[in-house]
Design a protein around this ligand. Structure first.
Ligand code: SF4
Length: 398
């Protein structure tokens, strides 16, 4: 018998285990996202849920994580799961035996061997033991947060690693047998110049990654960086410089043979992040761990973002922020996510997303006339010259 639609009014008053059960039970996710909420230090631009100085909680975390994973395993149809991603926080801050337990708990969920198993790592945490633990745990892809190779720019972000540890981490991962390495960079750091950005691109390309994520710095509300900006102690760089950095990224990475497949992501042919494609193509993914966000059966949710309360539980995590977008909102979001991908949206799919939505259709026409959107091989996409305006264009289409 089909499950009746979830009644959000039952669940919107704070953390709910009942909502978690209704969302997760019988679901059939394409992917798993696990969140490990420990960091050595809080970077000033970061608004992810992560805690510092919690070493005494890492073993209880692994105990609790295993219980949650086991409950999930008994509750879902795991036959479609093809990818898993462990993010944070800093998953590689766990001691190797604890990291091994977390990886084993994740691997026990899917019915089939995963097509892709990614773990996020900070360069300074990649010891030989961690690299070996990742490989033994079935991980085949590591996403390494470099952000910049220049000490003064890392300092501006309050990011605590020495750039010299990045090549060491990459080599350790490769020596251990990790075949796929993605590197993250941030452009638009206060005080940075185009020459700085060129140096960062030089440094990252010298490491020959398969995949690169290059994000413009965002002053997320509530972060220390946003507070410094409010107090006038730091200024965002000029929009024209940030645009020039992005253009430089596109030109240089294209010249190096990378495909620009999503607004902020470039890959060697065949090296796209399969897990993130699940997000961008509106697949279903299941969340494990405190503060992990999931999307199952058209319902978005977030596991309780409070470590102590999460540790107190035994099965599924209670969930918060349960949201079941209306059909109109969901189709608008499909449009938005589809346009984040550089290949854009097929004409027939687009018709289904705009037909009957006069304002949305008018917005598409308007941006086509302005040259912000273009047709390419029967697919609609954001014009190259307008990618820096993507946020404005996409919110207009919503
Ligand atoms: S290491 Fe990552 S998750 Fe941790 S504080 Fe820095 S940016 Fe946030």
């Amino acid at each position: 018998m089909p499950t009746p639609p979830i009644q959000l009014s039952q669940y919107d008053d704070g953390p709910s285990l009942a909502a978690a059960t209704r969302i997760v039970d019988g679901s059939s996710p394409d992917a798993l996202y696990a969140h490990v909420p420990f960091c050595r230090h809080k970077c000033h631009y970061c608004d992810f849920y992560s805690l510092v100085d919690q070493r005494d909680r890492t073993e209880p975390f692994a105990d609790r994580f295993e219980l949650e994973a086991e409950t999930i395993r008994g509750s879902i149809d795991a036959s479609k799961i093809r990818t898993a991603f462990v993010g944070g926080g800093t998953p590689t801050l766990l001691e190797p035996p604890l990291l091994a337990r977390v990886l084993a708990a994740i691997r026990a969920i899917p019915e089939e061997t995963l097509d892709e198993f990614t773990v996020e790592a900070n360069p300074e945490t990649v010891s030989e033991a961690i690299a070996a633990t990742l490989v033994a745990g079935g991980v085949d892809r590591v996403s390494l947060g470099c952000q910049s190779f220049q000490p003064d720019l890392l300092k501006a972000l309050e990011r605590w690693h020495d750039p010299s540890c990045v090549p060491i981490a990459v080599q350790r991962l490769r020596d251990a047998g990790i075949g796929r390495i993605s590197l993250d960079l941030i452009f638009g750091i206060p005080g940075s110049t185009i020459d700085d950005w060129d140096r960062d691109l030089d440094a990252v390309l010298a490491l020959e990654p398969d995949h690169l994520s290059c994000y413009g710095l965002v002053f997320e509300p509530g972060t220390p960086l946003a507070e410094k900006q409010r107090l006038g102690r730091v200024d965002a760089i000029d929009d024209s410089i940030e645009s020039a950095m992005y253009d430089r990224t596109r030109d240089r990475l294209a010249a190096e043979g990378f495909e620009h497949y999503e607004i902020s992501n470039w890959a060697r042919p065949g090296e796209e992040c399969l897990h993130n494609l699940v997000y961008w193509q509106e697949g279903d993914w299941l969340a494990i761990g405190p503060a992990a966000a999931g999307n199952l059966g058209g319902i978005r949710y977030r596991n309780l973002p409070r470590l102590d309360d999460w540790l107190d539980g035994t099965g599924l995590s209670p969930v918060v922020n349960v949201d079941q977008p209306s059909a109109v909102v969901a189709s608008g979001e499909r449009l938005m996510l589809g346009l984040r991908l550089r290949r854009g949206i097929d004409r027939a799919v687009l018709d289904g997303l705009v037909t009957g939505h006069a304002e949305r259709q008018a917005a598409v026409e308007r941006h086509l006339q302005r040259g912000n959107l273009v047709w390419h091989e029967n697919r609609l996409r954001i014009a190259d010259r307008s990618i820096m305006l993507a946020d404005d264009i996409l919110s207009d289409l919503l």
